[in-house]
Design a protein around this ligand. Sequence first.
Ligand code: HAM
Length: 410
Amino acid sequence: MDKKPKLSTEPYKGVRDFYPEDMAIQNYIFDVWRKTAESFGYVEYGASPLESTELYKAKSGEEIVNEQTYSFKDRGDRDVTLRPEMTPTVARMIAGKRREMKFPQRWFSIPNLFRYERPQRGRLREHFQLNCDMFGVAGIEAEVEMISLAYQIMKNFGISDDKFEIRINSRKLLQHKIESKLKNKEFYQKALKLIDKKSKIKNFDEEWALLSDQPYLIDETLNNSLEETFISLRKKGIVNAIYDGEIGRGFDYYTDTVFEIFDKNPLNNRSLFGGGRYDNLLEIFGEEPVPTIGFGIGDVTIRDVLETYNLLPDIKSKTKVAIIPFNQSCFEDADNLASILRLQNINTAVDYSDKKIGDKIAKADKEKISFVVVLGEEEIKTGTYKLKNLATKEEQVFTKETISNLNFLK
Ligand code: HAM
């Protein structure tokens, strides 16, 4: 007997397996993301999850690089990191072809990202993130489009305006507001990170006192570009966007507008979207800057929200028809019928088990297959089949000649 300890069936800490039911939900989320991004004219790109570590050292920020990345040396002694975010990668790709590209460019991608975080509700070590970025537009039309796109994603999931809030700030404005309060202007980065974390930490006042002699106070005045952004958003019917002078965002590369979207339900207290303008990131590749704005939305938090509000649709199986042979002697005919249906682009599976007919039908139903065809001696002899809709119990008779009537199954 083998005495080796048994291997765990659990996945590595903080990453997820997607059993078919979860994968179906994941695909639904990706579908909404993809369709909405494409409806705004964004085109899809992709890249490897492996990047050289130096890509993140330049501008992502210390916390991400020192505490949250999965980094290792490869066999050739190169420093490699599993991407914790997509922004440096997309900037690298744009920089690589900047000279031959016509701007503006609208790009999207759905990468999986890896961050060494303490797994908790809304935060895992691997998540998938829709990234939408627009390159080459410096005016606030770009912020308005980006925020409208994020808003439209929420609408397309069926989430009503009263449930979520779009919080917008400007890094430039925040810098202006806090620099005059700091003991030393060089404390700006520290102050920015501190303010960004304000709601999550207990000793904010003590930490602030280290940076400033003045009381902490961020007034509510806006600058022109923020004013205009809000006016344009309102014109588009987006009324749940608010100014939040404490949104700082963790990454160093943001240059001006930053925004996050939150579910107002305290159960889901993590941001759903995070994004902003980063006009200078191409400089790290020695390229002329391109004005850019973008955002990321994660799959973990949005799924929690959809579950909280019971907004996940009843997702049917991609298998449209289960053929249920009466017994083993019907397998060959069942296979032939399946082939004919597949030729019509109808996804079809044959149940080869020796369970009772009723149990096979129940299994198809549980797997969310919408239709079954029970195939016995009678059907084989007459060449007429009954397609049964498991939800409505309706039956439709068809033959090989009338199979094109089943177009609705495609
Ligand atoms: P971020 O704020 O770090 O931004 O992430 C964006 C969203 O991804 C978050 O609001 C959250 O929904 C999700 N997310 C982040 N970390 C985790 C995690 N550990 N577990 C689950 N979900 C997570 C960025 O990553 C920027 N690069 C986005 C961007 C694109 N900015 C401009 N373009």
